[in-house]
Write a protein that binds this ligand. Structure first.
Ligand code: ADP
Length: 170
């Protein structure tokens, strides 16, 4: 599996699966989530609603992942995962790694070969970028996949790109 990082807008990348840094309610929001729903159109939210209806309490547990259509995005599917909120007093790193592992498993079951991830939890959820990048790389490397051969981290700025390049070279 090839892992690499690139600067860009995740809604524009031509891959089989785009991973969404969602929240447990899967109702859209800001950051990556808002951008994916805005660019992908209402079909994505409609499918999210059908999924949350069937989930206990109508919520996706943090660290787990589900797939929907990608609507009008160039991707074939969006895999939604809810990252943990950063806490200085609780170590939630395993939940963050699980977001990457679970998303890749869902993507692999769909037969995806190329997957793009944002820096999950490193925006509104407040995770420090350097550690978010380390957990991202560790989470991807811990996944057992059959079809996925290309995983790219699509990040918004130079600081995030440097953090991912450092984590990838460890
Ligand atoms: P979370 O709620 O999990 O923290 P956010 O969506 O707030 O997720 O942010 C995650 C990261 O994605 C941040 O580093 C943010 O700058 C970046 N980001 C926001 N929009 C995009 C986009 N369209 N493409 C790629 N990265 C983005």
């Amino acid at each position: 599996m090839r892992l690499w990082a690139v600067r860009g807008d995740i809604t524009a990348v031509d891959v089989d699966v785009v991973v969404n840094a969602a929240n447990p309610a899967l109702l859209g929001g800001g950051g990556v989530d808002g951008a994916i729903h805005a660019a992908g159109g209402p079909e994505i939210l409609a499918e999210c609603r059908r999924i949350t209806c069937r989930l206990p309490d109508g919520r996706l547990p943090r660290g787990e992942a589900v797939a929907t259509t990608a609507g009008r995005l160039p991707a074939r599917w969006v895999v939604h995962t809810a990252g943990p909120i950063w806490s200085a007093s609780h170590d939630r790193a395993e939940v963050l790694r699980s977001c990457y592992r679970s998303s890749l498993q869902v993507a692999d079951e769909l037969g995806a070969r190329t997957v793009a991830f944002p820096a999950i939890s490193a925006g509104i959820y407040g995770w420090p970028m350097d550690d978010a990048a380390r957990q991202a790389v560790a989470g991807v490397r811990s996944a057992a996949v059959e079809h996925v051969g290309d995983v790219r981290f699509v990040v918004f700025d130079d600081e995030a790109l440097a953090a991912f390049e450092a984590a990838l070279s460890d």
